[in-house]
Design a protein around this ligand. Structure first.
Ligand code: CTP
Length: 404
């Protein structure tokens, strides 16, 4: 088990006739890779753009194309499919299918399945901006929302018609975020609040220059997403990164160590867990020059002063998890930090190991608990590492009353 709430779920993916269909192929592929059984239903419109073979090849499952196709084993069993589904996703959803769902038509395999299912239904509209703005479409979407369907998007951007506006199918990564949020809502961290820090703080020298480090923020973002995917309320306090805010995570953007301290101390009041994955600068310039510093002599000395140690300062009845990014004496240094910062768990990270640490998507870490031994994990994706950390956190939380 990876901890990904998509794993082992049956997801019905309804694809309707929009030029954005090609993104549905990517979605089907990513859901399958994440371990879902993906049952694709193509409407007649979708079959004008893509063939059942495309999806069959990606999902390794038969594709339902026609409610009355005698060759399709699933076609006559739409009710069985509706019952087995953990989630139905309609992406892309045309104005036409949205209207059919709004009135409860069941004239094809997709709409019949949706009428018959008790699983949550997610609808990702894609159409021309003027169509999307049409009151008929807006009213239909409102009806779907009132019935509990989850509408994701559309996004703004350039449309196939040449118009610029609202109507694009949202990006696949965003849809995956919504799917994980929904499927994970009753996970083992439901009712808990997890605060995660991420990224490398930036300490200003002058209006254009900063002192910072190589942290990409990927580990912290993966932790916030994994906490969300186990049902937690996830608060991500993040220094600047190139990463988009994860769906369903409360992101608080900061730049400096001092700002991060304030945001973390505020966020942990009422939280159950603090995980400091951020690379907080240990020193900041004594003062920030009000104007850009011009070049002068051959050498220049910048005077720095210590930043607050956020993890040490953070107290209260919370589980504290730290990271120790080390280039030597990994375990000994990590254990020292575990004790001196009053942590329950520390994640030791050898930044000299290949494919591990800053910037990359994988990490090789060891987990050290205050009252336990050392668990060395193999090289894994950061999202998987995040779940292994949260497995420990869930165990540490067992029996503790909720913060709020
Ligand atoms: N940390 C923090 N506040 C700081 C510095 C670090 O909260 N001012 C947190 C980091 O987010 C991490 C842990 O403390 O979870 C250890 O960070 P690290 O930089 O490895 O340790 P330091 O205490 O700064 O020690 P050193 O740099 O000397 O190794």
């Amino acid at each position: 088990m990876t901890g990904d709430p998509i794993e082992r779920k049956t997801i019905v993916l309804g694809v309707t006739g929009s030029i954005a269909c090609y993104k549905a192929a990517d979605l089907a592929s990513k859901l399958t890779q994440a371990g879902a059984s993906v049952e694709v239903i193509l409407t007649a419109g979708a079959r004008q753009f893509l063939t059942p073979l495309t999806f069959r090849s990606l999902t390794h499952r038969p594709v339902v194309a026609d409610l009355f196709d005698p060759d399709s084993e699933l076609a006559v069993q739409h009710v069985a499919l509706a019952e087995r589904a953990h989630l139905v996703v309609v992406a892309p959803a045309t104005a036409n299918v949205i209207a059919k769902l709004a009135v409860g038509l069941a004239d094809d395999a997709l709409t019949a399945t949706i009428l018959a299912t008790r699983a949550p239904v997610m609808v990702a509209p894609a159409m021309d901006a003027h169509m999307y703005e049409n009151p008929a479409v807006q009213e239909n979407l409102q009806r779907l929302r009132q019935r509990g369907m989850i509408i994701v998007g559309p996004a703004k951007g350039r449309l196939a018609s040449g118009l610029y506006g609202l109507g694009r199918l949202v990006e696949v990564e965003l849809l995956l975020g919504h799917i994980r949020l929904l499927l994970g809502r009753n996970g083992d961290l439901a009712g808990r609040t997890v605060v995660v820090s991420a990224g490398g703080t930036q300490e200003p020298v002058d209006p254009v220059r900063v002192v910072t480090n190589r942290s990409s923020g990927k580990m912290g973002y993966a932790l916030a997403e994994a906490a969300r995917d186990r049902g937690a309320r996830a608060i991500l306090v993040t220094a600047p990164t190139a990463l988009p805010d994860p769906v369903g995570v409360e992101a608080v953007h900061v730049e400096t160590a001092v700002q991060m301290r304030e945001a973390i101390l505020r966020a942990i009041a009422g939280a159950d867990v603090l995980i400091m994955a951020a690379a907080v600068a240990d020193y900041m310039p004594v003062s920030m020059a009000p104007q850009k510093v011009k070049k002068g002599p051959e050498t220049w000395t910048l005077q720095l002063t210590r930043t607050p140690d956020i993890l040490k300062e953070a107290d209260g009845n919370i589980i504290k998890v730290g990271f120790a990014a080390e280039s030597e004496n990994l375990l000994a240094n990590a254990r020292d930090k575990l004790l001196s910062k009053g942590l329950h768990l520390i994640v030791a990270n050898d930044i000299t190991a290949p494919e591990s640490g800053f910037g990359v998507d994988t990490n090789k870490v060891a987990l050290l608990e205050r009252d336990g031994g050392v668990e060395e994990l193999p090289l894994m994706g950061k999202y998987q590492v995040a779940h292994r950390i949260l497995d420990r956190v869930a165990r540490l939380l067992a029996g503790r009353p909720r913060a709020i």
